[in-house]
Design a protein around this ligand. Structure first.
Ligand code: AMP
Length: 279
C-alpha cells in the first residue's frame, strides 16, 4: 500500500495508477478502523481496479472542540489493517492539505436534511461533513464512492450533493456490520463499560421488532421503542420511522415502500446511532 500525506503525493500516485486502473473506488473515513470500515474497503477492492481510503478527522464537522480532541486516533494499527487487506492507496492528509488558505468552500444547500434527526442535535455537523467529502472527491476523483448505511443521514446528504452539483460519481451504500449480538460496530463502542455493553444490543433488537402486524402505526411502534430503551437506562434522543429517500417521518406504514427506522440514544458516556431498512 502506498501512503500519501500531501496532495502532491496523492496526485502523483493517482497519475501513476490511473494508467492501469479502469475504475477507482474511494472510502473516506476518520480512522480508528474496525471491521465495519474494512468491509467497505473490501467491497471497493472487489469492485474496482484501484481503491483509495482516506483517514482524516475533519475539524469542520465537530461542533464541540472537546469531542474533536477525544476522537480516537490509531494511525499505526489503521495502516496495518489496510495493508492486510491490500488497500492500494491511503491518503492521510493534515488539515492544511485539505483546507489550504486559498480554498473556498462552496455553499451547500442541504434543505431539510441537515436540520432533522442528527442535525437537530449537532448544528453545523452536516455542512462540515459535506464540505470535506466534496473536497476529498475533488482530490481523489473516484468512479465510485462507498459509504455506510450506518450513517444513513450522511449517505442521503451526499446523494443529494452529488445530484445538486452534478458530480457524476456512483454512490454505493454498504450494509451495517454488526457484532455477533447485533450491536452496530462503531469506534466508540470500546468506551462502554461491561454493563452498558451488555445492554447495548437491545437497540438492534428493538429495531427488529418493528412490524406492521404488531404496531398499528409508526407512532405506536416509536412509543413502544422509546419505553423499551428507556427501561434499559438509555436516554433516547429520537426514534423515527422515515421515508428512506427524504428521511421525513411517515404517519402510516403504507405511506411509502422504502422505509427506515432510525434511532439515537445516549448510553453511559457515548451516543449510539443505528437504523434498519424495512419495505
Ligand atoms: P467514520 O470513520 O465513522 O466516518 O466512518 C467511515 C465510513 O464507514 C462511513 O461511511 C460509515 O458509515 C462507515 N461505517 C461506520 N461504521 C460502520 C459499520 N458498523 N458497518 C458498515 N459501515 C460502517
Amino acid at each position: 500500500m502506498k501512503i500519501a500525506r500531501t496532495n502532491e503525493q496523492l496526485s502523483a500516485l493517482l497519475a501513476e495508477a490511473k494508467n492501469n486502473a479502469n475504475t477507482i473506488g474511494f472510502v473516506p473515513t476518520m480512522g480508528a478502523l474496525h471491521p465495519g470500515h474494512l468491509a467497505l474497503i473490501q467491497q471497493s477492492i472487489n469492485e474496482n481496479t484501484l481503491t483509495v481510503c482516506s483517514i482524516f478527522v475533519n475539524p469542520t464537522q465537530f461542533n464541540d472542540a472537546a469531542d474533536l480532541a477525544k476522537y480516537p486516533r490509531t494511525e499505526e494499527s489503521d495502516i496495518k489493517q489496510l495493508e492486510q487487506i491490500n488497500c492500494d492507496i491511503l491518503y492521510l492528509p493534515s488539515v492544511d492539505e485539505v483546507y489550504p488558505n486559498n480554498w473556498h468552500s462552496p455553499e451547500f444547500d442541504l434543505g431539510h436534511l441537515d436540520t432533522i434527526m442528527e442535525g437537530k442535535m449537532r448544528p453545523g455537523h452536516f455542512k462540515g461533513m459535506a464540505q470535506v467529502v466534496y473536497r476529498l472527491l475533488y482530490l481523489v476523483r473516484p468512479n465510485r464512492l462507498y459509504m455506510g448505511q450506518k450513517d444513513l443521514q450522511q449517505f442521503t446528504i451526499i446523494k443529494h450533493l452529488i445530484s445538486q452539483f452534478d458530480l457524476g460519481f456512483e454512490l454505493i451504500c454498504a450494509p451495517i456490520v454488526r457484532e455477533a449480538d447485533g450491536l452496530a460496530m462503531s469506534s466508540r463502542n470500546i468506551r462502554l463499560n461491561e454493563d452498558e455493553r451488555s445492554i447495548a444490543p437491545l437497540i438492534y433488537k428493538t429495531l427488529r421488532a418493528a412490524n406492521s402486524n404488531t404496531f398499528k402505526d409508526p407512532q405506536i411502534y416509536c412509543d413502544f421503542a422509546i419505553t423499551q430503551l428507556e427501561h434499559a437506562y438509555m436516554k433516547v434522543e429520537y426514534v423515527e420511522v422515515v421515508d428512506r429517500n427524504t428521511l421525513l417521518p411517515i404517519k402510516n406504514w403504507s405511506d411509502v415502500k422504502e422505509k427506515a427506522i432510525c434511532v439515537a440514544v445516549q448510553l453511559g458516556p457515548i451516543r449510539l446511532i443505528d437504523n434498519i431498512f424495512i419495505d
